[in-house]
Ligand binder design. Structure first.
Ligand code: THU
Length: 162
């Protein structure tokens, strides 16, 4: 029997420690929670991404009475970017969330489906996405979605015997 461990590094920054472009992304993600359509969960998630060309775009969760139809903030941002700038890599993504009592003490990490979409985006552009998970106790940063999604499945996974 063999074993191995899969570890990830998460860096925690205060807001003031972030470079200006990342402060801006966090601000935009926080503002984007205002646009959430979350009448069912009352959980308002905002995302903001920065593309390689400097363009920044937001996303937020959009719920539906038919709950599986709901789209998360992260996918709303990434798909909007894919629609408008299909050839420009996503460089950074900030995510934040609040409920009716305010922003949360601990970061909201992307759901499994969003992680897979972010993985596909990294794969498509062959570029990691720096992900900033905002909370009231700091901004938790990973350098790639792979840190949140060990043992990934990508297109190459279907030809790993060649
Ligand atoms: N949600 C997101 O937008 N992103 C996440 O990473 C987690 C969950 C949304 C989906 C739904 O509208 C609400 O949060 C509760 O699950």
């Amino acid at each position: 029997m063999e074993q191995y461990e899969i570890t990830s590094k998460v860096s925690v920054y205060s807001y003031d420690e972030l470079p200006d472009d990342e402060k801006k992304l966090v601000d935009m993600a926080r503002e984007a929670t205002q646009n959430s359509y979350a009448p069912y969960s009352h959980f308002y998630v905002g995302a903001a991404l920065e593309l390689n060309n400097g363009v920044r775009m937001i996303g937020c969760n959009q719920e539906n009475a038919a709950s599986p139809v709901t789209i998360c903030a992260e996918r709303s941002a990434v798909f909007a970017a894919g629609a408008q700038y299909p050839d420009v890599p996503v460089k950074k993504l900030a995510i934040t969330a609040r409920n009716d009592d305010g922003f949360l003490d601990w970061p909201t990490a992307p759901c499994g489906s969003c992680r897979q979409v972010l993985l596909e985006t990294e794969y498509k552009f062959q570029q990691p996405i720096r992900i900033l998970l905002d909370s009231r106790n700091g901004i938790h940063v990973v350098e790639t979605i792979k840190a949140l999604l060990p043992m990934q499945f990508v297109a190459d996974s279907m030809k790993s015997n060649s």
